[in-house]
Unconditional design. Structure first.
Length: 378
């Protein structure tokens, strides 16, 4: 009977999604069509009305199923008996999470453990914290998960199969969320390395900007292959330094997300890079997108982290220089190509021997211990 009850709960779950951008809308569409009771929250009353009564054409084209209710009333969505899924932009997560906590504090205590899932890829400027760290500060009693992977919204909405990762330090919590989010064309894996999962999803956006620049300059397959490989090495170097596991970066949240975002012409970070290669400034390129390209803020946050940690991240530094207008795309490429030659086998053993450094706001026990390196660095 207990197994049946658990199965019923995962097949008809109560889910609240905070954020009606392209990813939030896609998750609402996906989970609503899977038979779940979904509440989609947007701060705008007008947008809530539009989403309720009209077929959506922007930022993505879709028609929400009847099982999705759209609201601008936070109290309707922020309920402790629902799975809370945050899908806003990275720089608004703190505001949204704080507001959710204020509503929860005025309600009855939950019977089951409160679970909050971050579907946001990025780092908070200023604090340089990961999204789960920000949420933990704002909703201190929550079990926090991260959802990340190669999940391009347009492909999911077209009914194409996709896979993703739910990460939580508590394996049982991750498994419970996995059971809810998994559907016929959306396969969900789990891990307990939330540091690596979040950083993989965040850092790949920087490399995706560089990939857009590479393709925009028509540098060819050889250059792009080198860029993605060395980019993955940079992602792994920073992640391991901050307590993540290298194997996570070799999985869906790292390599998988990197390859998808760097190849898809619909990827906003890729498109930003391509526009910069065509002569646009970073500000004009992002304005033309009409949506937030998370890689921009992430680039600045990561380069600041690299300075504090004394880490060499040449691709991230080159992207930062282009975004700030300090160098041209061609100049950035020449800088990368003129770096002193090194052995590809130069590993991350030094990082491993010293042990991972705590990233801002980390708590004891958030790392899974010594990391065996399987991705080359240097």
């Amino acid at each position: 009977m207990a197994d049946k009850a658990s199965s019923d709960k995962s097949s008809n779950a109560k889910i609240s999604i905070f954020g009606a951008g392209s990813w939030g809308l896609t998750l609402a569409w996906l989970l609503g069509n899977a038979g779940h009771d979904v509440v989609l929250y947007t701060r705008s009353f007008e947008k809530a009305q539009d989403l309720t009564y009209a077929k959506i054409t922007a930022p993505v084209a879709l028609e929400l199923p009847l099982s999705v209710r759209v609201t601008s009333e936070l109290k309707e969505a922020a309920q402790a008996d629902r799975l809370l899924l945050i899908a806003c932009t990275s720089q608004t997560v703190r505001e949204v999470a704080t507001s959710i906590n204020e509503v929860l504090n005025g309600a009855e205590p939950p019977r089951d453990p409160l679970i909050v899932v971050s579907a946001v890829k990025g780092l908070e400027l200023g604090t340089l914290k990961r999204m789960s760290q920000v949420i933990a500060e704002c909703i201190p009693n929550a079990n926090i998960c991260s959802l990340s992977g190669p999940n391009l919204a347009d492909e999911i909405l077209a009914g194409m199969p996709a896979a993703t990762v739910v990460s939580c330090e508590e394996a049982e919590i991750a498994a419970s969320v996995q059971a809810i989010l998994t559907s016929k064309k959306f396969r969900v894996y789990t891990n307990t390395d939330i540091v690596g999962t979040e950083l993989g999803g965040s850092l790949k956006n920087i490399i995706a900007i560089a990939a857009g620049v590479s393709d925009g300059l028509h540098l060819g397959a050889n250059a792009k292959a080198a860029l993605l490989t060395r980019g993955l090495a940079e992602m792994t170097r920073l992640s391991v330094t901050l307590g993540g596991q290298s194997k996570t970066l070799a999985g869906l949240a790292g390599m998988g997300d990197l390859f998808a975002t760097s190849a898809a012409v619909t990827s906003r970070n890729y498109r930003l890079g391509a526009a910069i290669a065509g002569g646009a400034t970073a500000a004009d390129a992002e304005s033309a997108l009409g949506v937030v390209a998370e890689g921009v803020a992430t680039t600045f946050a990561v380069c600041e982290l690299a300075k504090r940690l004394n880490l060499d991240l040449p691709i991230a530094s080159a992207v930062e220089s282009m975004l700030e207008g300090k160098t041209t795309p061609i100049g950035a490429i020449m800088t990368l190509m003129s770096r002193p030659p090194v052995s590809e086998g130069k590993s991350l053993e030094e990082v491993s021997e010293k042990g991972p450094k705590r990233d801002p706001g980390d708590k004891p026990g958030s790392s899974d211990g010594p990391t065996k390196i399987s991705i080359i660095g240097g």
